[in-house]
Design a binder for this molecule. Structure first.
Ligand code: FPP
Ligand code: MG
Length: 319
C-alpha cells in the first residue's frame, strides 16, 4: 500500500474531502442527478488525486484547511465526470466493478450527469476556493478534453506515433495529476518556483500512472482490473506500451485483437514499459523541492511501478 494513502493526516483529510464530494455531487435539485452521481462516485476509487493535493499541502508544512479540502474534492469530481464521459464514449458497461451510468441510465442521462458534476466542481472552486485555483482547474479541463480528443482522432490508426500517444495522455491524465499538485502548492502558498516544481512532479507521475494503466490493460485479467481486459486493443486504441513494442516488431499490430493480444504477451513489453516508467518516475522525484518534507510523495511513483510489476508477475505465474 502506498504510504501517502495510509498516512494519518492524509486519511483524516480524505475523510473531510469525502464529505465535501458527497455534498457537492448530491446538491442538484433533481433527485435523479444526485442518485446517478452518488452511485458512480461511491463505486470506489482510491482518491489518489485529492491525496496528492493534501500531500502537497502537508509537504509544505501546512494543514489542510477548508479551501484545500474543497479544492481536493473539486479535483476528484472533475476526474469522476471525465470517467463518466469516457465510459460513454467507449460504450463501456462496467467501471470499478459496477455498471456504468451509460449502461444503466442511457447515454443522454450519463452525459448530463457528467456535465453536472463537472460544472458543480467549477462553481465550488470559484465560490469556495480561489480564482487562481478555479483558473487552474478550468485550464486543466481544457487539456483533458484535448487529450481525449487526440485519442479519439487516433483510434483505428495503426500508424499512430509514440509522440501523439504521449501528447494525448499528457492531456487526458497527466494534466489532472499536475493540477492536483499545483493546486496543493497554491493552497499552501508555495513560491512560484516551488509551484512549478510540484507541477512537473505531478505531470511525470501522471504519465507513469497512465502508462501503467495501459500496460495492465494488456496484461491482466478482467476480474483483477474490475473492467474488461484488453479493451484498448479491442477498441483499436493503440497505447504507448503497444507503440513502443511495435518499434521492435513492425507487424505487432497486424491481425485481429486476439492475435495482437497474444503476440503482445510474448513480447518484451512488460520490461520495456516498466523501464520507461522508472525513468519518468526518477524525473518526477528529481523535480520535488529539496527543502520540503516530500518523503511521502517521493515514494509514490516507485510504489505504483512495483505494485504493477507484482500484479503482472502474479498473473504470469497463475497462467
Ligand atoms: C480514462 O482513460 C479517461 C480519462 C483519463 C480522461 C477522459 C476525458 C474526457 C472524457 C474529456 C472530457 C473531460 C471532462 C472533465 C468531462 P482510459 O480510457 O485510458 O482509462 P480506463 O481504462 O480506466 O477507461
Ligand atoms: Mg476508457
Amino acid at each position: 500500500m502506498e504510504r501517502l494513502l495510509t498516512h494519518p493526516a492524509i486519511v483524516a483529510g480524505l475523510s473531510k474531502v469525502e464529505s465535501r464530494i458527497e455534498r457537492l455531487s448530491g446538491s442538484s435539485t433533481l433527485p435523479g442527478i444526485n442518485a446517478g452521481a452518488e452511485r458512480i462516485i461511491q463505486a470506489g476509487g482510491k482518491r489518489l488525486r485529492p491525496a496528492l493535493t493534501l500531500g502537497t499541502v502537508l509537504a509544505f508544512g501546512k494543514a489542510a484547511d477548508r479551501r484545500a479540502v474543497t479544492a481536493a474534492a473539486c479535483i476528484e469530481l472533475i476526474h469522476a465526470a471525465s470517467l463518466i464521459h469516457d465510459d460513454l464514449m467507449d460504450g463501456a458497461s462496467q467501471r470499478r466493478g459496477t455498471p456504468t451510468l451509460n449502461a444503466t441510465l442511457g447515454q443522454g442521462k450519463a452525459l448530463v450527469i457528467g456535465d453536472f458534476i463537472l460544472a458543480r466542481a467549477g462553481l465550488a472552486a470559484i465560490t469556495a476556493v480561489s480564482k487562481p485555483v478555479a483558473e487552474v482547474l478550468a485550464a486543466t479541463t481544457v487539456e483533458l478534453a484535448e487529450g481525449q480528443y487526440l485519442e479519439a482522432v487516433d483510434q483505428f490508426n495503426r500508424d499512430r506515433t509514440e509522440e501523439s500517444a504521449l501528447r494525448s495522455i499528457t492531456g487526458k491524465t497527466a494534466a489532472l495529476f499536475r493540477a492536483s499538485c499545483l493546486v496543493g502548492a497554491l493552497c499552501a502558498k508555495a513560491s512560484p518556483e516551488e509551484r512549478a516544481k510540484m507541477a512537473v512532479y505531478g505531470e511525470k507521475f501522471g504519465l507513469v500512472f497512465q502508462i501503467l494503466d495501459d500496460l495492465l490493460d494488456l496484461t491482466l485479467s478482467s476480474e483483477t482490473l474490475g473492467k474488461p481486459a484488453g479493451n484498448d486493443v479491442r477498441q483499436s486504441v493503440y497505447t504507448l506500451p503497444l507503440l513502443r513494442a511495435r518499434g521492435a516488431d513492425p507487424h505487432l499490430l497486424d491481425g485481429d485483437a486476439e492475435t495482437i493480444l497474444a503476440r503482445v504477451r510474448d513480447s518484451g513489453i512488460v520490461d520495456d514499459t516498466l523501464a520507461y516508467c522508472r525513468d519518468l518516475a526518477a524525473q518526477a522525484v528529481d523535480a520535488l523541492p529539496a527543502a520540503k518534507d516530500v518523503g511521502l510523495l517521493a515514494d509514490l511513483p516507485g510504489s505504483y511501478i512495483a505494485k504493477a510489476a507484482d500484479m503482472i508477475s502474479t498473473r504470469a505465474r497463475a497462467a
